[in-house]
Design a protein around this ligand. Structure first.
Ligand code: BTN
Length: 240
């Protein structure tokens, strides 16, 4: 696969949120592929304003990316991030649309993507924050969660997982830059959980049910509910 610039790490002990720290650094000019990590977050954030439990022993990392493309294409980099972390974890990690990772059907990693306000349709920076439950997982989450330790995967230090992730991320971003989304889409489908299965997709103002028919060529979920298939770019996915 195509090589790319190697990531540079900013390693912190405690921070509010690595996404917030990455945004501050992006606004101050930090370069493409800066990876901000912290042992612990005091205000870790998940999608839709949810809190993300961020104790020491888990992985918290936010990548500053500066893709030269419109915002709608930049969202495809979320697939590079989830593929990179899935490969770093190992063959047990499966991809849940759009950007979560599962082991044995339970969530081990989630991603929060944030971007600068586009100017002339293009973005200055994109932050892709990923949290992986290595040692601990929250209880009573809406989608069941687990940790790599609880699933009995090979015990690994956070630093080892970060190094493997950084390496794979540089590769996948290089592939995307040189060849576009198609190879990422194919690799993601090869690791996907639930394609072909009945699903529920929660949108901001609606809940849809149907069959997860495909991932389209932009990264949208194709939902077949009997009529014209719907292409959904943003939503929360549940199985069944
Ligand atoms: C989700 O599944 O809701 C997304 C969780 C994203 C958590 C990561 S941990 C590193 C980065 N910093 C944050 O505050 N959030 C992301």
């Amino acid at each position: 696969m195509t090589p790319s610039a190697h990531p540079a790490f900013v390693r912190l002990d405690v921070v509010d949120s690595t996404n917030d720290e990455a945004r501050r650094r992006a606004e101050a000019g930090a370069p493409h592929l800066t990876l901000v990590t912290a042992r612990r977050q005091t205000a870790g954030r998940g999608r839709r304003g949810r809190a993300w439990v961020s104790d020491s022993g888990n992985l918290h990392c936010s990548a500053i990316l500066r893709p030269d493309c419109p915002l709608d294409r930049a969202g495809q980099l979320g697939f590079a991030v989830s593929l990179a972390m899935a490969e770093a974890i190992g063959p047990e990690a499966r991809c849940k649309w759009p950007n979560d990772l599962l082991v044995n059907g339970r969530k081990v990693a989630g991603m929060l993507m944030e971007s600068a306000t586009p100017r002339d349709g293009r973005i200055d920076w994109l932050i892709a924050g990923i949290g992986v439950n290595l040692a601990h997982a929250p209880e009573s989450t809406e989608f069941p969660a687990t940790s790599l330790n609880a699933e009995g995967l090979r015990a690994r230090a956070v630093e080892d997982l970060l190094d493997a992730y950084a390496d794979r991320l540089a590769t996948w971003i290089g592939v995307w830059t040189d060849k576009g989304f198609a190879p990422l889409r194919a690799a993601w489908i090869g690791r996907a959980h639930g394609i072909g299965d009945p699903v529920t997709v929660r949108l901001p103002h609606d809940t849809l049910r149907g069959r997860f028919a495909a991932l389209d060529e932009t990264g949208a979920l194709v939902l077949d509910s009997g009529g014209e298939p719907r292409h959904i770019s943003v939503g929360d996915l549940f199985f069944g």
